[in-house]
Ligand binder design. Structure first.
Ligand SMILES: NC(=O)c1ccc[n+]([C@@H]2O[C@H](COP(=O)([O-])OP(=O)(O)OC[C@H]3O[C@@H](n4cnc5c(N)ncnc54)[C@H](O)[C@@H]3O)[C@@H](O)[C@H]2O)c1
Ligand SMILES: O=C(O)C(=O)C[C@@H](O)[C@H](O)[C@H](O)COP(=O)(O)O
Ligand SMILES: [Zn+2]
Length: 358
């Protein structure tokens, strides 16, 4: 199986190829040849797949660097260490950087590539379900103690090489986490995709055809938005559905305590509730809540202060005129950007946290 989607934006175009076993033919998907190759991965992924990629290049042409697995690697310290290592190894503007891993590696390495010598080419080689989202669209960056992804840039890769075979080694927690972004794409696209996604039973081994179909549908939803509004002047904000609270939770709980997908899953539940109360519409809140519970997403929160979360939400990049903006739904497939009145939002959040606390 192999399928490709071309992403065409004002800043250029690149091809996303998804297929089984394609990590073993990297050179086939590169847009040109390079003086040297620098592969960056995390420890877990490197142990599993780094050698498969490395051995495709001459030994005097390829170098690699391995970062610790997990969200904590999206840090300014890790970024600086990467720059130092690359300088020591003699990387230059004729080199190619390969980000082999999930969203953490993709975001960190993409940001490194965007700033190293004012920018060198990089390729995304996603290895998680979640990275069907993170590897496409060119958002790269790292975290700050005050908020998620607050340091970053828009820097598209020159290619995305997505070997879906690597997803077989993902632990259940990461399958769940990745599916949160798949269901997000369903909420944004419409009833049919959404209903199809929440039919998935993540606790059982995933049917490869269904998984690949969901990933490609998700990539297409994302590609269409990115092509329309790469730099997020308006429509791209829709891709932030569930993220205003989700990012605040990640930061407030401590990066890596909850996965990105777990936090976004709860963020979407909250966004559905707020949407229903704001627009007096009937959304599939119960069906979605049931799906996340049955599939083992965390639905019980440790005690958290609504006030602290609201302060984190104010640091969100969508904030305008000091007012929090959330992505809400008028219907499945009909997202809107809504300026939130602070007292209303605070009360909604307080109620919501009360319902989810142990
Ligand atoms: N740039 C974007 O558009 C965008 C979009 C969505 C999410 N993100 C970011 O992505 C990050 C989350 O990405 P993630 O969920 O992929 O996390 P991740 O990169 O930390 O990977 C999750 C875990 O799975 C392990 N892993 C990765 N691939 C594996 C494989 N094939 N087999 C076994 N283990 C494997 C990793 O070592 C890690 O421990 C967050 O920082 C989030 O903010 C960015
Ligand atoms: O690509 C986008 O745009 C998204 O919002 C996708 C999100 O899933 C992703 O988590 C992204 O990193 C969030 O972007 P941010 O600008 O809010 O940090
Ligand atoms: Zn996300």
């Amino acid at each position: 199986m192999e399928a490709s989607v071309t992403i065409q934006t004002r800043s250029g175009s690149y091809v996303v190829t998804a297929g089984t076993g394609i990590r073993k033919q990297v050179i086939k998907y590169l847009p040109k040849s390079y003086e040297s190759i620098y592969i960056v991965s995390d420890q877990t992924v490197a142990d599993l797949y780094l050698e498969d990629i490395k051995k495709q290049f001459a030994s005097n042409q390829v170098d690699s660097y391995v970062v610790p697995s997990g969200e904590a690697s999206k840090s300014i310290d890790q970024y600086y260490e990467l720059i130092t290592d690359a300088l020591e190894k003699g990387l230059n503007r004729h080199s190619l950087v390969i980000a082999l891993g999930g969203g953490v590696v993709g975001d960190l390495v993409g940001f490194f590539a965007s700033t190293f010598m004012r920018g060198i080419d990089f390729v995304q080689m996603p290895t998680t379900i979640l990275a069907h989202d993170s590897s496409v669209g060119g958002k790269v960056g790292i975290n700050h103690a005050l908020g998620k992804n607050l340091i970053g840039s828009f820097y598209p890769p020159v290619a995305v090489i997505y070997d879906v075979e690597t997803l077989k080694s993902l632990p259940l927690r990461e399958v769940r986490s990745g599916y949160a972004e798949v269901v997000k794409h369903g909420f944004l696209e419409g009833e049919s995709f959404f209903r199809d996604v929440i039919r998935a039973d993540l606790t059982k081994p995933l049917d490869e055809r269904t998984l690949t179909k969901h990933l490609l549908q998700g990539i297409q939803v994302k590609a269409a938005v990115v092509e329309r509004d790469e730099r997020e002047s308006y429509h791209r904000m829709f891709l932030n559905f569930g993220h205003t609270l989700g990012h605040a939770l990640e930061s407030e709980l401590g990066y890596g305590t909850w996965t990105h997908g777990e936090a976004v899953a709860i963020g979407m539940l909250f966004a559905l509730k707020v949407s229903q109360r704001t627009f007096r519409v009937d959304l599939p809140y119960e069906a979605y809540y049931e799906w996340i519970k049955t599939n083992g997403y965390p639905t019980v929160l440790p005690p958290l202060k609504a006030e602290s979360l609201i302060n984190k939400m104010k640091k969100d990049k969508k904030t305008k005129n000091k007012q929090i903006q959330m992505v809400l739904l008028k219907a499945v497939g009909h997202p809107v950007i809504q300026q939130m009145e602070e007292e209303f939002l605070y009360n909604q959040l307080k109620d919501f946290l009360g319902e989810l606390v142990d």
